[in-house]
Design a protein around this ligand. Structure first.
Ligand code: KG4
Ligand code: ZN
Length: 334
């Protein structure tokens, strides 16, 4: 089954052709540079950029694969969560293609798609534990089957990606700072005692990153007041270490508590090199199999939308012409 996936929930315009859950070809236009000028995503600009790029990207995808709309079995699109205007552009485009080609339309939950992204490259055996770490989410799920998810814990304040972006902003780095933090930290040496390990003293599966953010701010302010020189790569490594330890300790705790021997990470922060290394080492120690997507399938992409639609279609899900975007869509809601 050939699914055309369409993703426009934030600042990446992406389309992909996915056959039976595996990516055939994908195209993507990022708006990162445009939004970097404003220090964050400007919703109105995001919508206009999606509108500007979608048609050309669709043509490029078809040119590269030599396929046409007639070859597509299902048109799938992200309906939420995300920015309302941005989502609406994708939903309208998908409805147009679905109508023109007389193809079933499938609405996909962006969070669900992130969690299934690891299946694009690995044959997964369920059940497994899923850790979704992105700009808006830091959530742990039991994933007993591709369509069966249960939330076990989540962040009480900032998401991990949001915390990384805010940290980068404090250092004057451009948006989105997560990937720059990753690169900087690789050149630094972490001081394990500089910052607290957020929320690791409690025995539930929730996260909190706002205290860590304040600790960094206090550190920077103190250094400014005393004229102490800050070694930015060391600071980045220390901050990143604290975030990674918090994520790894919760995920391992959840896997042990629920008896899972497989763990998968997903979302933009899942491409962080320290998180991948830290989680791999911890999983090896505990005898847990660790899966992570390639970086292109961690950040927003359309292959994961096509893959999620493949499962949704088999379950019998179909959307009508009344399909609408839902900016605050929760997992479990279509
Ligand atoms: O999944 P994603 O592309 O979009 C959302 O659905 O949020 O995640 C974007 C987030 C941003 O906060 C970005 O800074 C962060 O993922 N990110 C990273 C890295 N690459 C992306 N954070 C840390 N290290 C990275 N290598
Ligand atoms: Zn995302």
């Amino acid at each position: 089954m050939l699914c055309l996936g369409i993703e426009t929930s934030c600042d990446e315009t992406a389309l992909a052709l996915v056959r039976d859950g595996k990516c055939v070809e994908s195209v993507l236009a990022t708006q990162m540079d445009v939004h970097a000028l404003f220090g964050g995503v400007v919703p109105e600009i995001a919508s206009r950029e999606h509108y500007r790029f979608l048609g050309a990207l669709y043509d490029e995808l078809m040119r590269r694969t030599g396929l046409t709309l007639a070859d597509v079995d299902v048109v799938a699109v992200t309906r939420g969560p995300g920015l309302l205007g941005a989502l609406l552009v994708g939903v309208a485009f998908a409805k147009g293609l679905s109508l023109a080609g007389n193809k079933p339309l499938i609405a996909v939950n962006h969070l669900h798609a992130h969690l299934l992204a690891v299946g694009l490259e690995h044959e997964l055996l369920y059940p497994l534990l899923g850790l979704l770490v992105s700009g808006g989410h830091t959530h742990i799920y039991r994933v007993d089957a591709p369509e069966s998810l249960e939330l076990l814990g989540h962040t009480l304040d900032d998401a991990a990606g949001e915390a990384c972006d805010k940290f980068a902003k404090m250092l004057g780095l451009p948006y989105p700072g997560g990937v720059l933090l990753d690169r900087l930290a690789q050149r630094g040496t972490a001081d394990a005692h500089l910052f607290p390990r957020p929320y690791t003293h409690v025995d539930n599966l929730d996260f909190s990153f706002s205290g860590l953010k304040s600790a960094v701010l206090n550190y920077i302010n103190h250094a400014k007041m005393t004229g102490e020189e800050i070694c930015v790569p060391d600071l980045a490594a220390s901050f990143q270490n604290a975030v990674v330890e918090s994520l790894v300790s919760r995920a391992i705790m959840a896997a042990k508590e629920y008896g899972y021997d497989k763990l998968a990470i997903a979302g933009g922060v899942a491409s962080n090199s320290a998180l991948r290394e830290g989680m791999k080492a911890a999983c090896e120690k505990e005898g847990i199999r660790f899966y992570h997507p390639s970086p292109i399938y961690c950040t927003d992409n359309a292959a994961m939308i096509g893959a999620a639609a493949y499962y949704e279609y088999q379950k019998g899900a179909r959307s009508g012409w009344d399909l609408n975007a839902v900016p605050n869509l929760k997992l479990g809601e279509r």
